[in-house]
Design a protein. Sequence first.
Length: 202
Amino acid sequence: MKQNTRTAIITLEKMYHELNNDKFGGELPEVIITIQSSPRAYGHVTTSKIWNNNNDKYYELNIGAESLNRNIEEITATLLHEMVHIFHLINKIQDTSRSGTYHNKRFKAKAEKVGLIIQHDPKIGYSITSASENLIKYVKEKKWKKIDLNRETVIPNKAAKKIRKPSSTRKYICPACGLSVRATKDVKIMCYDCKEIMEKAV
């Protein structure tokens, strides 16, 4: 079946519900899952409920469009990573600092309980995420398939030459001797030596 964003989101929603039931005892709330550009991260979750539906409000959980076609185990790990943040949000447990970029040991502890392997990075803390052997086995048992869809990242070519503006000068050539001159506007000009009217180059 051809993948599109609608079918991809349906797949991610199904995975979220099953992970919620199996890893969090169904404690996590409904969220709005999106697929948006996120070239610097595999995913994110909002720290407040930014989606409204009448009187109901929802967190947004985004999976990066550029990395959507990674192995399904990796997508599951990213989804679980963001779900850990939601678990901490609803339980009022601070799991990050430095404007949400540095993940602390509270995040690591819960993430490892639900089947993630967490490694440390000096800049982002306990944030580097991968699937444990148990989680890989879980995904295989669920028979979840790869989402074969992603958005290409357009990288500007800084080495490319800038487009030069057309010259504002006109070139005139003597038909007899080939002498050439330039002018900044249309002129009628003669070659003094040949006594010939110079022609505008095309």
